[in-house]
Design a protein around this ligand. Structure first.
Ligand code: SF4
Ligand code: SF4
Length: 410
């Protein structure tokens, strides 16, 4: 894998290239320039290899929603991998609906046809074993991985209502075939458990490279109901944790608030300490979006409070944001109920407004919010969150812990 890598390159190096828009020619040149300091695409792909590209194709949403990796970015990655001699497969597993439809609506099908790549559906399961995993020694992932020599991740930079952001590490969650994701949501109801599972997926399938689409990101209530926000960059690196860490700097988010990065730090997976991540290419500082709207999430400060587990559980539930259906947008398609991992569903759009969400059974996975194609579900902050500036508190604690651990390292 390291054949074309510059010899003295730190494996956590992140390459950054600013780019003003998605014009296909500009994107391919920007991606070429972004990969160049890392040794170019030939450092990652050998002639004849089967290259599986994993963009974010979360749902059948148009490119204007900024919910999926932009087709120009997918196209450029396909062309560069083909130029290096690879045979390219492109796949994902939307949580709801078919991949063919999602890829068609977001424009990725068109670039696959244009370039002669192959679209692969991740719905067929295969069991993978990994003894180093923390949550699951055996993982059911897509069988398509068996047909790939190398995996390249093409994440989209977006906010995520449950997991804070969806970036490079979280993008690998799509390797779990569609319906099985819901089962994990049900089994792993704490953010940190789900983050550990996502890390397990990354340990099991380690992509050789991530190229993040951060040209137009999503802010607000992502991963599908947020608002497109210009950032203007491609980020690339071998170490997915370091790519996410730099992305956090650009959107003004404390990495300690991102459960996947907290898990990566805890299990020493990749580099999450900003001071230890070399960057090449363009400087990320001028790309910073100071008023980027991140998700109103809180780290689990409750763990620090010495109270019985049952009481902590009760407080956690008061703290949690709740899905609420917006009557003026809902068309009662029932997609939210189908995607709810609780059985019977904790959300029932056909009921009277006060009974649509069963707060006692809702586990706060926000799959309904993610799957609703009409932005008809809002996440209503709890009374406790409204009363207390928890995000600010969490950021403060994160900063203190970050600086303390930085000091310790020196
Ligand atoms: S998915 Fe959205 S539009 Fe469809 S029933 Fe649920 S809330 Fe309504
Ligand atoms: S109602 Fe929504 S947030 Fe609650 S468990 Fe069901 S899908 Fe998850």
């Amino acid at each position: 894998m390291d054949r074309g890598q510059p010899k003295d390159l730190n494996p956590s190096t992140v390459s950054i290239k600013s780019v003003p828009d998605y014009a296909p020619d500009r994107i391919i040149e920007a991606m070429r320039a972004c990969l160049e300091p890392l040794g170019g695409m030939r450092a990652f792909v050998s002639p004849g290899q089967r290259v599986l590209l994993k963009p974010n194709i979360i749902s059948a949403l148009g490119v204007d929603r900024a919910a999926t990796t932009h087709p120009s970015v997918v196209r450029a990655a396909i062309l560069l991998a083909q130029e290096a001699g690879g045979r390219v497969l492109v796949g994902d597993s939307p949580g709801m609906g078919t991949l063919a439809r999602a890829a068609q609506v977001c424009g990725i099908s068109a670039v696959i046809t244009e370039t002669g790549a192959t679209l692969v559906d991740f719905s067929e399961p295969h069991e993978f074993e990994q003894q180093a995993n923390t949550v699951a020694k055996k993982l059911i992932l897509t069988k398509a991985l068996m047909d790939a020599d190398v995996v390249i991740s093409l994440p989209k930079l977006k906010t995520h209502s449950q997991m804070t952001i969806t970036g490079a590490l979280k993008n690998q969650y799509g390797l779990i075939p569609g319906a099985l994701k819901g089962q994990w949501h049900f089994r792993l109801q704490k953010q940190e458990w789900l983050a550990a599972l996502i890390l397990d997926v990354n340990r099991t399938v380690h992509p050789v490279l991530a190229i993040m689409d951060a040209v137009i990101a999503m802010e607000g209530p992502g991963p599908v109901s947020g608002t497109p926000r210009f950032v203007g960059a491609l980020l690339a690196g071998r170490d997915l944790a370091s790519v996410d860490t730099i992305a956090c700097q650009i959107i003004g988010l404390q990495p300690s608030r991102v459960p996947m990065l907290a898990a990566a730090r805890k299990y020493s997976f990749g580099e999450t300490d900003l001071a230890s991540i070399p960057t090449v290419g363009d400087d990320w500082r001028p790309l910073k979006v100071p008023d980027f709207k991140n998700v109103e999430q809180t780290v689990d400060l409750l763990r620090l409070i010495p109270l019985p587990q049952t009481m902590l559980h009760w407080i956690r539930r008061q703290w949690m944001a709740r899905p609420r259906i917006l009557a003026d947008r809902c068309i009662r398609c029932g997609i939210c109920a189908k995607g709810c991992p609780v059985s019977p569903p904790a959300i029932q759009p056909s009921l009277a407004p006060a009974r649509q969400v069963d707060d006692d059974r809702c586990i706060g996975c926000y799959c309904c919010h993610e799957f609703c194609p009409h932005k008809a579900i809002e996440l209503s902050r709890s009374w406790l969150t409204r009363c207390m500036p928890l995000t600010a508190m969490a950021d403060g604690v994160g900063r203190i812990l970050g600086s303390l651990s930085g000091r310790k390292k020196k």
